[in-house]
Ligand binder design. Structure first.
Ligand code: SF4
Ligand code: SF4
Length: 347
């Protein structure tokens, strides 16, 4: 697999990485199989996080004896010195490593958090000390908020930035990616399939592979999923007319009514899991109706029906989505579909 340089870290990594969120959902055996499949296919960048429950330990088990083949990145969402110190030693232990290649501040998506992270006496000093002690090699940051990410890159304190990037969430193309190039900050693309909303793997990755200095890290759960993406990487990345038309159609369809699942709209006084509700249509498409209209999905939509239209969430959404309108649409759609399903079952 072709390599790329990950910004000023100077590390060489494969053009495709691995995101360690979904391996929490499968059994440990399945998780190890999928991580090792990635290594066998030549993937040399694996990302995880302290917050991803079993992910670090499973990755640790998967790379035993193969440490030299792979760059390991993890992250902490703690904003305190003590918290990040604790997370770092936990990550080293779970991963079974003496040194982590890239340690990132996780989800720094508001200016207050960025200020804390940049404070010379704050958690950054813990990571700088860890770097000198050889416990970590490089320091990065992850964010969902473009203005915060821009400031983080400009600060020149981070060697990498992880940010959502796909052909729907393509805003980084304009300012953020060029800025990363200017500051030699490695760009890691999270949510290459828009958090599972994009089904067309081929066009999603053809789009991202156009950027030779962007490292996509799809969250992979099954070996065939990574094989499919590697096939795109090995083929021609040229986007043909039909694919371009499809991209335009999806952009128009999803456009500025596309929820990035960043959860900045929370908290909701009615405890509505807004991002779930917003993407319910796409979740439901993949599920059998008997699962969709009972249990957890039905509970979520019941809560959504209690929306008071207070509008607090819309003020917090960085993408200015018409959340109230979209929730009402989703609720209407769900109730109608449920009614139809119940009538079908009754006859
Ligand atoms: S508008 Fe609805 S979803 Fe948004 S915060 Fe208010 S109650 Fe919650
Ligand atoms: S509605 Fe807006 S803030 Fe909430 S998860 Fe979606 S994109 Fe993020």
């Amino acid at each position: 697999m072709d390599d790329m340089r990950l910004g000023k870290t100077g590390m060489k990594v494969s053009r495709l990485g691995f995101g360690g969120i979904p391996i929490q959902r499968v059994s440990e055996e399945e998780a190890i199989v999928v991580v090792q499949k990635c290594l066998d296919l030549g993937i040399t960048f694996i990302d995880t996080a302290n917050a991803y429950t079993t992910s670090e330990a499973r990755i640790g088990k998967s790379i035993k004896g193969r440490r030299g083949e792979v760059v390991i990145a993890t992250k902490s969402d703690s904003r305190s010195r003590e918290g990040i110190e604790g997370h770092l030693s936990m990550s080293l232990e779970r991963l079974g490593l003496d040194c982590i290649d890239l340690y990132q501040f996780h989800q720094v998506s508001d200016f207050k958090s960025l200020e804390i992270v940049l404070d010379p006496k704050g958690p950054m000093s813990v990571l700088e000390k860890a770097k000198k002690a050889g416990l970590i090699k490089h320091i990065g940051i992850t964010s969902h908020q473009i203005d915060v990410a821009v400031e983080a890159v400009k600060s020149d304190r981070f060697e990498t930035l992880m940010f959502p990037f796909n052909f729907i969430t393509c805003e980084p193309e304009d300012e953020l990616l060029p800025l990363c190039r200017e500051h030699d900050v490695g760009f890691i693309a999270m949510k290459p399939l828009a958090g599972g909303v994009l089904d067309n793997v081929t066009i999603a990755f053809k789009y991202l592979f156009q950027f030779p200095d962007v490292l996509p890290i799809p969250g992979i759960e099954k070996p065939h999923e990574i094989e499919q993406i590697v096939q795109v990487l090995r083929g021609s990345w040229g986007i043909d007319d039909a694919e371009r038309t499809e991209m335009q159609r999806l952009r128009a369809e999803l456009g500025n009514r596309f929820c990035r699942r960043c959860d900045y709209c929370q908290p909701c006084a009615q405890e509505i899991p807004i991002s779930w509700v917003m993407v319910m249509t796409s979740i439901i498409r993949r599920m059998p109706p008997e699962v969709v209209f009972t249990g957890i999905y039905a509970d979520v939509m019941e809560k959504a029906a209690n929306c008071t239209e207070c509008g607090d969430c819309e003020e917090r959404c960085p993408y200015r989505l018409p959340i109230r309108e979209m929730i009402a649409e989703q609720v209407r759609w769900f109730q109608e579909a449920k009614k139809e399903y119940e009538q079908r079952v009754a006859t």
